[in-house]
Ligand binder design. Structure first.
Ligand code: TRP
Length: 362
């Protein structure tokens, strides 16, 4: 890969010396905007839940924060050692995020494996990570259950790598879902251990969402949220073609309609209204609200309208994703530019880390 092996200098004695010299210069992290950092798993195929739950927030944050968004390709090795599809998946995640509005000029959008300083910080943090604490992490226990014959040390230290991802940018704000809270708590433990043992280098990172209320996108079968692993027919993907979108929406669960004016909506009906609110015009939504309230609603009509509005919403994003995926040069430029921004920023933190640990012998 270009960054590691070709354009980046090899770590020979001379470049280590040069690096130390650079570190002696008075560079500090730019003051001003707060740092936001998050990782995106390269599992391919984002769905509407990812779009409204996560990406739309990232897109808002990029205007006001100093953002580092990273594709967590190394984390995926903990459970998916076969890397045959990794490149395709990384490309897709990048393309889907860019097509949804993330601007590589405004944020650092990079791959975890390109920010090789993360590996160094991960090593140091491992000395502050206790085996017992890691073994108790619910995500570790889940993964042991799912992959009983591949319980590797990388899986155990998954939260250490995640802490390194965050701390390498001294990020305080980490937009993640509830399922990642425990990992952030572990990261805060390392911050406190490090700052206490060496010197005050890291701020404590906290989960952060731009809107305190996160939109949860319900699945079309009325059971839980849209999810890439559950029922595919109940989840709308940004990659779905027009007919797939129509088919999925037309299959969504409904009933015979209300029998009393102004009655409460059952969950699965509420869900259709929520989707309509997100992608349809305000007067379309109002039209069907009125029909529901006076019991004249025909769900077939409502779903047809929703399907068309959804097609209109998803199709341009899908088209943009395809255009980006067909332009590998552009993707490489994005990755390279993201890596350069991330490396420059991380190197400033690592200088503080090495100094704090007295790993500065010359
Ligand atoms: N563990 C996160 C997830 O499963 C992905 C991730 C990796 C991450 N490194 C991160 C999230 C750093 C936030 C910050 O979704």
């Amino acid at each position: 890969m270009w960054l590691h092996r070709e354009s980046a200098p090899a770590l020979n004695a001379k470049s280590i010396y040069l690096r130390r010299l650079m570190e002696k210069k008075k560079e500090t992290l730019p003051a001003g905007r707060q740092v936001v950092m998050s990782g995106i798993r390269p599992t391919g195929f984002l769905h509407l839940g990812n779009y409204f739950g996560a990406i739309r927030n990232y897109v808002k944050m990029q205007e006001e924060y100093d953002c580092y968004f990273m594709v967590a390709d190394l984390h995926s090795l903990t459970t998916h050692p076969d890397t045959k599809d990794l490149k395709t998946n990384v490309h897709r995640v990048l393309a889907e995020n860019i097509a949804s509005g993330l601007d590589p000029e405004k944020v650092a959008l990079y791959c975890q494996s390109h920010l090789y300083q993360t590996g160094e910080l991960y090593l140091y943090l491992n000395m502050l990570a206790y085996k017992g604490e890691l073994e108790k992490t619910p995500t570790f226990k889940d993964k042991v259950r799912q992959h009983p014959d591949n319980v590797n040390a990388g899986l155990l230290t998954y939260p250490v790598l995640m802490a390194a991802d965050i701390l390498i940018h001294k990020a305080k704000y980490v937009p993640v879902g509830k399922d990642q809270e425990q990992h952030l708590e572990i990261a805060r433990n390392y911050v406190n251990r490090f700052n206490h043992r060496y010197s005050e280098v890291f701020p404590e990172p906290y989960a952060f969402n731009f809107n305190s209320e996160l939109v949860k996108i319900p699945s079309l079968d009325g059971t839980g949220k849209m999810s890439k692993s559950e029922n595919h027919m109940a989840t709308l993907f940004l990659a779905d073609d027009d007919n797939a979108i129509r088919k999925k929406i037309m299959k969504a669960k409904t009933d015979n309609g209300p029998s009393e004016n102004n009655s409460a909506k059952p969950d699965y009906i509420e869900n259709l209204f929520l989707l309509m609110k997100l992608v349809s015009k305000a007067n379309t939504l109002q039209h069907f609200e009125e029909k529901f309230n006076n019991c004249s609603i025909r769900y077939g009509d409502m779903k047809k309208q929703l399907a068309e509005d959804m097609v209109e919403f998803i199709a341009p994003i899908r088209q943009k994703v395809d255009d980006i995926l067909n332009d590998e040069k552009y993707l490489q430029k994005v990755m390279k530019q993201g890596a350069e921004k991330a490396i420059a920023h991380a190197e400033i933190t690592m200088r503080d880390v090495r100094n704090a640990m007295r790993l500065n012998y010359f």
